[in-house]
Design a protein around this ligand. Structure first.
Ligand SMILES: Nc1nc2c(ncn2[C@@H]2O[C@H](COP(=O)(O)OP(=O)(O)OP(=O)(O)O)[C@@H](O)[C@H]2O)c(=O)[nH]1
Ligand SMILES: [Mg+2]
Length: 694
């Protein structure tokens, strides 16, 4: 029997890195009795940080799922990572829940990623609750944190708790709705009267809560303003409805690692957060009708499910985590993946408690489950009934911002590397890799440097390939600015049959992006027909190898306008060599230059440091194309040479205190300024000499 949709709560736990999300999930599981011991992040014993990389670093890297049953409800918890490099997982996790718990640290208040996950939750119109965690820490301050919440996050944010005791003396909270206290001793909660010393404060905040409840409804507000109060049941009804609809964001107290706050949050989740049934239909594309359509959370509707995470491991194989959006998904059924046009056999399907799977026969609408060893399905895909094809909007991921070149530590490991990277990309869609034929390097791209380093570690641990990371080579190109012409001749007479080829070549520039053009301008057979392709081949090969500094030559027209031959000694090879020698000489006389790739860059930054960003961009030979201030954040658009942008990530981080972000894409090629070109040519020659000595 599938679970009853109205009794399910799917909750995304999100927030800045290290604020205690994983610890809070553990506390919820423990409070509900789903685990018998309260696991600790510092001991590597939590349910949701089970990956060896997570245990080693004591941070969450992957979204993980756990569940508990509380007072007749199924609560599915999605524990998401908080570090910037992995924050795309948090966004993907929020796509499959009905509500979010946003955790903040009681010392630091709102941080960079808090703002980001807040925007994600708003994008998906999710009701939210905020948990002020780590209230037992030194310098923890609930009211200062509250101030930063109301100042920096949009929404009607109002406490439903106030803390009792400070720092290491933090021992519980007042529930402003019931006006009772919950006090903890030895991890056990006990109900108590509000302590006398905070009674006034509790009253003051209770009043603000009533006011917020009244504001959710015009009639209530009129009544409140006239009578100065609301009756208890009325106020509770308004408050609950306000939270469910996202009009009110309640703030709760916690010290997750001490088990404080779990019970109250669970009560809020089951009473105030919406169920998948409340959330209603989901929009998508009806592939049969070839138009927009919807699917309701009805157990009898055709099945549709959204894949929000893929985990792959050489030992357990591939795990596909999905959320059933409509219908009832059965074990051993066959579903369609409409995006890839493939069928997938589901085999066993299970609930997921961290890394532990519990097989079930069916998964109903609104449930979160996992399938093993699906062939082609990847994160973001839809799975659906074959007879009623339907596609949910894909989950999108950010474009990679940083590139490294990868070099195998063991020769001949290249195939193993791309294999491992393809497998990793299945579970992490923010990892990309490709071979750059111009620089002959395998490039890996990711969200940030920590992300790329983690990927390299994962390759080693899971796939046993060891690589080093290098900054990528810049794919410069060579061309000319002027015209020149001259002779290329190759003649060898060493007894027996000799070698003879003689060409006269003219070179001239073409427009940027023009590529290469070979013009045969021979009259009267000065170079015989059958050797003309040899001349062209010699020219092409020489262009590929580069002349000025070993980079490929582009945007060049080469005209063969004269030459001579020898009846016996002329050959294909001789003409190729002659052409190559000729081109090398003529090219250098036609004002050769280097071209460099220029990138379009878009930087998002706190408005107060936008001036620094622009100054820094100028020092990188960048050109500012536009700037849009939008409140507290500004967007700066620029174009800048790739060579200057290799180290941008860390500079941006330090200029913005980690609050900035950027994206970058190739735009076009431009001439390298002379002073830099000289340096690049010199380095290239030195490299070449070194290589020739070895
Ligand atoms: N003092 C104190 N420490 C806590 C509390 N909750 C969590 N911690 C500690 O804070 C650190 C981070 O906790 P996590 O639960 O891993 O935080 P997280 O938000 O899941 O971190 P990421 O997933 O990496 O973003 C760990 O050392 C926890 O033991 C708390 O209430 N009080
Ligand atoms: Mg975590």
């Amino acid at each position: 029997m599938a679970l009853e949709t109205g009794k399910i709560r799917n909750v995304g736990v999100v927030g800045h890195g290290g604020v205690g999300k994983t610890s809070l999930v553990e506390t919820l599981l423990f409070t509900a009795g789903a685990v018998t011991r309260l696991g600790k992040v510092d001991d590597g014993t939590t349910t949701t940080d089970f990956d060896p990389d997570e245990i080693k670093r004591k941070i969450s890297i992957n979204t993980a799922v756990a569940y508990c049953d509380f007072k007749g409800h199924r609560v599915n918890l999605i524990d998401t990572p908080g570090y910037g490099d992995f924050i795309a997982d948090a966004r993907a996790g929020l796509r499959v829940v009905e509500a979010a718990v946003v955790v903040v640290d009681a010392v630091a208040g709102v941080q960079v990623q808090t703002e980001k996950v807040w925007k994600f939750a708003a994008e998906f119109e999710l009701p939210r609750a905020i948990v002020v965690n780590r209230l037992d820490r030194e310098r923890a301050d609930f009211f200062r944190t509250l101030e930063s919440l109301t100042r920096r996050l949009k929404g009607r944010i109002v406490p439903v708790h106030i803390p009792i005791g400070e720092e290491s003396g933090f021992r519980g909270f007042v529930d402003l709705v019931t006006q009772r206290a919950t006090l903890y001793a030895d991890g056990k909660a006990a109900d108590a009267a509000i302590p006398a010393d905070i009674a006034d404060r509790a009253k003051e905040w209770r009043e603000k809560l009533v006011e917020a409840a009244a504001e959710t409804d015009d009639d209530l507000l009129t009544k409140y303003l006239e009578e100065g109060s609301l009756d208890e049941p009325e106020m509770i009804r308004a408050l609950r409805a306000g939270i469910t609809q996202g009009k009110i964001v309640p703030v709760l107290c916690a010290a997750a690692s001490k088990g404080i706050g779990g019970q109250a949050l669970l009560e809020l989740i089951i009473h105030e957060f919406p169920s998948p049934a409340d959330r209603g239909e989901v929009a998508g594309t009806d592939l049969k009708a070839k138009q927009a359509g919807v699917r309701g959370p009805d157990p009898k509707a055709p099945v549709s499910a959204l894949v929000f995470k893929t985990l792959s491991d050489p030992h357990i194989g591939k795990l596909t985590l999905f959320r059933v959006c409509s219908g009832t998904l059965r074990a051993d059924s066959t579903l369609l993946n409409p995006g890839r046009g493939t069928r997938e056999r589901m085999g066993h399907v299970s609930w997921l408690q961290g890394k532990t799977q519990k097989n079930v026969e069916t998964l109903g609408s609104g449930e979160i489950g996992v399938a093993q060893k699906l062939k082609e399905t990847q994160t973001g895909d839809t799975l659906c009934d074959e007879a009623q094809p339907f596609e949910l909007p894909r989950i999108t991921f950010p474009e990679p911002a940083i590139n490294f070149a990868i070099q195998p530590k063991t020769r001949g490991d290249e195939d193993k590397i791309s294999n491992a990277l393809s497998r990793i990309a299945e579970e992490d869609p923010t990892v990309h890799h490709h071979f750059d034929p111009e620089t002959k390097q395998l490039l890996i791209s990711g969200v940030g440097s920590l992300h790329v380093e983690m990927t390299v570690e994962r390759m080693k641990r899971k796939y046993n390939v060891d690589v080093s990371l290098l900054p990528p080579r810049i794919p410069y190109k060579e061309t000319v600015k002027g015209r020149a012409e001259g002779q290329g001749k190759y003649k060898k007479q060493t007894g027996g049959r000799g070698q003879y080829g003689d060409t006269w070549l003219r070179v001239e520039p073409m427009t940027r992006g023009g590529g290469f053009e070979f013009v045969d301008d021979i009259f009267g057979g000065a170079v015989p027909r059958n050797f003309i392709p040899s001349v062209e081949k010699g020219v092409r090969d020489c262009m590929k190898k580069g002349i000025l500094a070993g980079y490929p030559v582009v945007d060049l027209r080469v005209t063969l306008y004269d030459g001579s031959y020898h009846d016996v000694d002329s050959s294909d090879m001789a003409f190729q060599i002659a052409a190559s020698l000729g081109l090398q000489k003529v090219f250098m006389e036609a004002h050769p230059i280097l071209l460099e790739p220029v990138m379009n860059v878009e930087v998002t930054t706190p408005a107060e440091v936008a001036g620094d960003i622009i100054g820094d961009m100028n020092s990188r030979r960048g050109r500012i194309v536009g700037m849009e201030p939008s409140g507290e954040t500004a967007v700066v658009r620029a174009s800048a040479p790739m060579a200057e942008m290799l180290t941008y990530e860390s500079s941006l981080r330090s200029m913005t205190g980690g609050r900035g972000g950027y994206s970058m894409e190739f735009s076009h090629y431009e001439e390298v300024p002379v002073f830099l070109a000289e340096k690049i040519v010199k380095e290239a020659r030195a490299d070449k000499e070194k290589a020739e000595k070895h």
